[in-house]
Design a protein around this ligand. Structure first.
Ligand SMILES: O=C(O)CCC(=O)C(=O)O
Ligand SMILES: [Fe+2]
Length: 206
C-alpha cells in the first residue's frame, strides 16, 4: 500500500491494528510502553479459552445478578478461576521486588461497563501496594493516561493485560471516557459490554 496523505496513514494504521494488534512504536519488544515509565501493555496476552473460563468464573460467582451492580471485590485468598488467570499474567515484567513478594496479589476487583460507560481518571488508592495488573475482557475501549499536560491513549482489547508500576501506578492517572463510540488510529470503536479484572496487593496494616 502506497502511503501518502493522512487518510492513507490512518488506513495503514487501521490495517496494522487489525492484523497485529499494534500500529506504531508505542512499546518496545517487552511490551514496555515507551512514553510512560512502568507501564506494560501486553496485547492479546490472555487467550480466548482463558478469557471464556474467566468470564464463566465471574458469572458463576453471581455478583452481577442484580443489574445495578457494576463492581465486585475479593480480598485474601482468590477464587480458583482467578488463580488460573494470575498464573497466566506476564508478571516476569514486574520488578524483582514486586514479583518476589508473597502473595503477589491478594485482592481483585471486577468492573463491569455497560456500553457507553467509563471510569473517571484516577490513581489507584494508596492502600494498595505498587504493582497492579489489569485484564481486559469484552468490548474494546480506549484508556487515557494523563499526567499534568501529558495525555496518552491506549487501545485496550479483549485479552490485553496492563501492568502498572512506579510512575505508571503513582504519577499517571488512568481512566476511560464515558462515550458510546470513539476513534483510535483510524478505527471506529463502538463500545459494547466490557469487563476488567484488576489484581492488587493490600499494604499490610500497622
Ligand atoms: O476497567 C479498567 O480497565 C480499569 C479499572 C480501574 O482502573 C480500577 O478499578 O481502578
Ligand atoms: Fe484504576
Amino acid at each position: 500500500m502506497a502511503v501518502h496523505g493522512k487518510k492513507d496513514k490512518d488506513r495503514l494504521k487501521a490495517v496494522l491494528l487489525e492484523v497485529f494488534g499494534t500500529s506504531d512504536d508505542e512499546d518496545d519488544s517487552s511490551g514496555q510502553y515507551q512514553r510512560i515509565n512502568g507501564l506494560h501493555h501486553c496485547r492479546n496476552h490472555v487467550d480466548h479459552a482463558l478469557q471464556e473460563t474467566t468470564v464463566k468464573g465471574v458469572e458463576a460467582e453471581g455478583w452481577f445478578e442484580n443489574a445495578e451492580m457494576n463492581q465486585a471485590m475479593c480480598f485474601g485468598s482468590l477464587p480458583n478461576w482467578a488463580k488460573g488467570l494470575t498464573d497466566a499474567l506476564p508478571t516476569d515484567l514486574l520488578s524483582r521486588k514486586i514479583r518476589s513478594r508473597q502473595p503477589l496479589f491478594d485482592q481483585l476487583t471486577v468492573n463491569v461497563y455497560a456500553p457507553g460507560e467509563g471510569i473517571k481518571a484516577h490513581v489507584d488508592l494508596e492502600r494498595f501496594e505498587d504493582g497492579i495488573a489489569i485484564v481486559s475482557l469484552g468490548s474494546a475501549a480506549v484508556m487515557d493516561f494523563t499526567r499534568d499536560e501529558c495525555h496518552e491513549r491506549l487501545l485496550l482489547q479483549p485479552g490485553d493485560v496492563l501492568l502498572l508500576e512506579g510512575d505508571a501506578r503513582y504519577q499517571w492517572k488512568h481512566g476511560i471516557a464515558a462515550v458510546p463510540s470513539e476513534q483510535f488510529g483510524g478505527l471506529h470503536i463502538q463500545r459494547g459490554w466490557r469487563k476488567s479484572i484488576t489484581f492488587r496487593k493490600l499494604v499490610p496494616e500497622g
